[in-house]
Write a protein that binds this ligand. Structure first.
Ligand SMILES: Cc1cc2nc3c(=O)[nH]c(=O)nc-3n(C[C@H](O)[C@H](O)[C@H](O)COP(=O)(O)OP(=O)(O)OC[C@H]3O[C@@H](n4cnc5c(N)ncnc54)[C@H](O)[C@@H]3O)c2cc1C
Length: 429
């Protein structure tokens, strides 16, 4: 009998728990440990920050749905992982022993890399539901006395989609309130060009997003290194393609939302030999730690090299469906190993993303997410906005009812050529 402990109950951890429980016999135990007792649907946070959603609509308590499926749940922050001893230590001083550990702890939000940044400083965040609520409170205040806004992503950021989404949602909301004319918006990003997305672009993302920015009077600064933020001003060094200083900017603002750089969370980053210098878990192609063979990792917490060197550092994003493919590979590998078979599954890391733009949206399919790709597709249309709303409801429903990939979803995606696990190449068969 094995005990599998999953750290983190987010986009990666919840499906991992359900999928493991479904695939393993009841002789094996599955336990989820999460810092808070609720699930939050992170992609809806940009809506929360302008008041289009309330917290209750995108969060729900997870104990009951997990326990109903026979999964134990512990609502505690993990403070230390004793990897050689196969034990995790919790905030209340207790500990849990494991045979396999699945790490899905997401990001540590590294606001401290830019003085004055973050919700404790002068820029808002939409990375977690608490921050999005705080951003909305600040936004309501801003609506009383509107002025310039700066939205974007800090040096070293890897998650750019939500920054674009928020810029367009903010723009749409202000238009609806007839206040847009009072709010000059500047999109400030470490990306080398608009639409890079940390991915070297996807299809024609550059042209399409630039066009949307122009059509909506959103100015932009790329290769932007934000160096510090004061209560009403952002200091930005713009670099050229060679990395030399092109221009220094002082941008006044009354509202700012900037995605920070990510790191690995402290308890994970501190494990000797587990992570790279930024605290992301070093894994092999089977999602397995290179040093500790009974530790697997999926989601934002894994180390992925940037797709290319950029004048201001950028990272590669880890998107939702890509994370689910990592999870499916981990589940296959643990199940195989417990059955005495080799753990050979590899996630496809395929990406399908829906980005809301307020009243329209942009979708991309990147198979796989990291270039070069077999499929590279980026389209804009009002249907994406509705598809994103539908997806929100669908994903939350799946997480409440405990199914990770229902048969119809699997079938539909297979028809589109989107699969979670890599098929063996002809030489391997
Ligand atoms: C605002 C935003 C919007 C996004 N929108 C999209 C989108 O539309 N489409 C898309 O494909 N991708 C999107 N992403 C990217 C990605 O899908 C999400 O970041 C996703 O939530 C990452 O999943 P995860 O499981 O790695 O981490 P998370 O979902 O962040 O989950 C991590 C969990 O670990 C827990 N945890 C952390 N530390 C500890 C600890 N020490 N002990 C116990 N528990 C701990 C946290 O409480 C949390 O529950 C978005 C990202 C952001 C930030």
């Amino acid at each position: 009998m094995a005990h599998i402990v999953i750290l983190g109950a987010g986009t990666g951890g919840m499906p991992a728990a359900y999928e493991l429980r479904e695939k393993l016999s009841r002789d094996h135990r599955v336990t989820v440990v999460n810092a808070v007792d609720y699930f939050q649907f992170v992609p809806s946070n940009p809506w929360l920050a302008v008041g289009w959603r309330e917290r209750e609509a995108i969060t729900f308590p997870i104990r009951a749905p997990l326990e109903k499926r026979g999964i134990a749940f512990v609502a505690q922050r993990v403070t230390r992982i004793d990897a050689p001893g196969n034990v995790v230590e919790l905030q209340d001083g207790s500990s849990i022993a494991y045979d396999y550990l699945v790490i899905t702890t997401g990001p540590k939000l590294s606001f401290d890399e830019v003085p004055g940044a973050g919700p404790e400083g002068h820029t808002q965040s939409i990375c977690v539901v608490d921050h999005a609520e705080k951003a909305y409170a600040q936004y309501e205040h801003f609506l009383q006395d509107p002025g310039p806004a700066v939205i974007g992503a800090m040096p070293g950021a890897s998650c750019f989609g939500p920054a674009y989404e928020f810029a367009f949602i903010f723009n749409t909301d202000l238009k609806r309130r007839k206040l847009r004319k009072k709010v000059p918006i500047t999109y400030v990003t470490s990306e080398p060009y608009i639409g890079h997305l940390g991915l070297g672009g996807v299809g024609d993302s550059k042209t399409m997003l630039e066009t949307e920015f122009r059509n909506n009077d959103i100015k932009w600064i790329t290769n932007a290194k934000v160096t510090r933020v004061e209560s009403d001003k952002m200091f930005v060094t713009e670099l050229d393609d060679q990395g030399a200083v092109k221009k220094e900017h002082e941008l006044p603002f009354k509202f700012s939302m900037m995605l920070p750089a990510f790191k690995g969370v402290d308890a994970v980053a501190a494990v000797e030999g587990l992570c790279n210098p930024r605290g992301f878990v070093l894994i092999d192609e089977h999602q397995r730690s290179k040093k500790y063979r009974n530790i697997f990792a999926a989601g934002v917490c894994v180390a992925i090299p940037p797709v290319e060197v950029t004048p201001v550092p950028t990272g590669a994003p880890k998107t939702g469906y890509m994370i689910e493919t990592m999870v499916t590979a981990i589940v296959s590998n643990i199940v195989a190993e417990l059955a005495g078979k080799p753990a050979e599954a590899k996630g496809t890391w395929n990406a399908i993303c829906l980005a809301d733009m307020g009243d329209t949206g942009a979708a991309f399919v990147a198979l796989p997410q990291i270039p070069p790709r077999n499929v590279n597709w980026f389209k804009k249309g009002r249907w994406v906005h509705y598809a994103k709303v539908a997806f929100e409801k669908y994903f939350i429903y799946k997480m409440k009812t405990g199914s990770s990939e229902p048969a119809y979803e699997k079938h539909m995606l297979k028809l589109l050529g989107v699969e979670r696990l890599e098929r063996p190449s002809p030489e391997e068969v």
